[in-house]
Ligand binder design. Structure first.
Ligand code: URA
Length: 268
């Protein structure tokens, strides 16, 4: 029988371990380190690793990688061929390389006004989004509406100057709201890039870690937030996700500063 893994004396199942890791990443911990300093000069020289069975290992890993590259290439071809947002939505909905499609209820492409100056990119549909087929309509979405309402922007605004356009990295709900996997992000990225290209907003807001991973290849939202950067060739501001703000009300102060920064960019 294999012993149950533990952390500081507590039993640690895989789900808890993953949740702990994600929580640490959200706080900005992006380097693994030990509880006590390690004197590497005092450590014995590392033994050479045994030679790997090269031929066999290569053939084992090559297959799935080729398949994954194939799926991404298909996504790229479909995304590039779309010449309007309607065509893109149709192509992305038809794309069958992503398993999540089989378990989701509804395709969740966008909400708001595609002519808006601000495009918000979130992570993935949750339960309510999956039910309605629109991004950010659950509790986090309600907070998002309040946040942007405070700087005079709304997804329902009739005037494009005051409007918001909203999408997610994933258009299908991951089961149990788990984090998107790197392979899922990779195959949705060509669609997202084309989405931004066709919508042509003035600026992007990257809500939480997942859009930062997709658009910037970086994570650690609490370090990234508030710092303007460039994503898909446009000015982009990473912000803490509203779901995180619901769990951590103290972080709303920084979120408010970030919203003011968005407002200032629009005015400037
Ligand atoms: N969280 C997101 O990132 N997107 C949604 O649409 C809903 C919750």
């Amino acid at each position: 029988m294999t012993a149950e893994p533990t952390y500081r004396g507590f039993a640690l199942d895989a789900e808890t371990a993953l949740a702990l890791l994600q929580w640490q990443a959200e706080l900005g911990a992006d380097e693994p380190c030990l509880d006590a300093p390690l004197d590497r000069y005092a450590a014995p020289d590392r033994a050479e690793p045994p030679p790997a069975p090269a031929v066999q290992a290569a053939s084992v890993v090559a297959q799935p990688r080729d398949e994954a590259e194939d799926v991404v290439a298909r996504a790229e071809a479909m995304a590039t061929a779309a010449t309007s947002l309607a065509e893109l939505a149709e192509a992305q909905e038809a794309f069958d390389g992503i398993e999540l499609k089989k378990g989701a209820r509804n395709f969740c492409f966008c909400d708001g006004d595609p002519a808006a100056r601000v495009m918000i990119i979130g992570e993935a549909p949750g339960e309510e989004e999956d039910r309605q087929g629109r991004p950010f309509v659950g509790r986090a979405g309600q907070l998002l509406d309040q946040m942007f309402g405070a700087i005079g922007l709304s997804r329902k605004a009739v005037d494009a100057e005051r409007a918001l356009y909203i999408t997610n990295v994933l258009t299908w709900r991951p089961p149990g709201n788990r984090r998107p996997e790197p392979a899922e992000i990779a195959m949705m990225l060509p669609f997202l890039a084309r989405h931004v290209e066709l919508a042509q907003p003035q600026l992007l807001v990257l809500m939480g870690n997942t859009p930062c991973i997709a658009a910037l290849n970086q994570q650690g939202i609490l370090k990234l937030r508030g710092n303007w950067t460039t994503a898909f060739g446009l000015p982009a501001l990473p912000m803490a996700h509203p779901a995180y703000l619901l769990r951590t009300p103290l972080a709303k102060r920084e979120a408010w500063a970030d919203l003011l920064s968005v407002a200032a960019r629009l005015e400037g």
